[in-house]
Design a protein around this ligand. Structure first.
Ligand code: SAH
Length: 257
């Protein structure tokens, strides 16, 4: 199974093409460029956009102006897809004729598998008001639906592109991501030995303050162990907790003089 995910070298996100059909609002084109650049995608095709170029697109693209500059404007969807070998059409709603349809995560796997076979891939997004026509959707190998809430299925165009690009990126990174991601940390995880000392210290303190009755301890220490065990304390955090216990003890002693 691991081997099937080992797609990083073949999955060239830069050349996975995003195609926008008849976009009305130039701001959305800018938002798409930004979403693409954030996720490492580079190829944008615009099929007969209503207003483009436009300063609203530049404004919304922020640091992704280069994607806009390289964007290719064409007259028809056919032109945008001419040299593509695997085409995914996105849709916010079910259509009359059912089509193989996947959610973004599963679809990203199909895209990666196609890319692995050397296919040039395009993902097509529709008009803000009407989406893609049935004819346009039928030009696609596969449909993608983001499983949004049935009360309101349609996402903003740039947000839909963001979700799809994110899933592609996660897949492209799969080989670099450890199974159990470990963040860089500023302190070592605490040793079992030090943790045991902390539990002893905690137990003593709880007895001293009258929270734990040694004659009827019930499950208190077990539950506290489970709680601290879940968070994987580091040595620094352990020191802080022990410092609190020491101060608690000092305070009790002072007040009992
Ligand atoms: N009212 C249109 C919605 C268009 S939203 C309709 O009913 O089709 C603009 C574009 O964003 C869609 O064409 C599609 O490309 C994308 N999009 C929005 N919501 C989506 C969803 N839930 N799943 C997949 N794509 C979606």
């Amino acid at each position: 199974m691991r081997a099937a995910l080992n797609l990083a070298p073949v999955m060239n996100l830069q050349s996975t093409r995003i195609v926008l059909v008849n976009t009305t609002h130039p701001g959305n084109i800018g938002g798409v460029a930004r979403a693409m650049k954030n996720m490492g995608l580079g190829e944008l095709y615009l099929v007969a956009p209503h207003r483009y170029p436009d300063e609203q697109a530049v404004w919304r693209a922020a640091g992704a102006g280069d994607i806009l500059e390289r964007a290719v404007v064409v007259e028809s969807l056919d032109q945008a897809l001419a040299n593509c070998q695997f085409v995914v059409g996105t849709s916010a709603r079910g259509r009359r004729i059912p089509w193989p349809t996947l959610d973004p995560r599963r679809c990203a796997k199909q895209i990666a598998a196609a890319a692995q076979r050397g296919a040039r891939v395009a993902v097509v997004f529709g008009r803000e008001d009407r989406g893609l026509t049935n004819d346009e959707l039928q030009a696609c190998n596969l449909h993608l639906h983001i499983p949004s809430h049935p009360d309101y299925t349609s996402l903003n165009l740039a947000m839909a592109v963001q979700i799809v690009s994110y899933e592609l990126r996660m897949l492209a990174l799969a080989d670099e991501l450890p199974d159990n991601p470990q963040q860089e940390w500023d302190a070592e995880l605490c040793s079992a030995e030090n943790l045991e000392r902390f539990y002893e210290h905690l137990e003593q303190t709880l007895v001293e303050i009258g929270f734990l009755d040694p004659a009827a301890p019930r499950q208190l220490m077990t539950r506290l162990r489970r709680l601290y065990g879940r968070v994987q304390l580091d040595e620094m955090e352990l020191k802080i907790l022990r410092g609190i216990l020491t101060e608690t003890k000092n305070t009790i002693e002072k007040s009992s003089y």
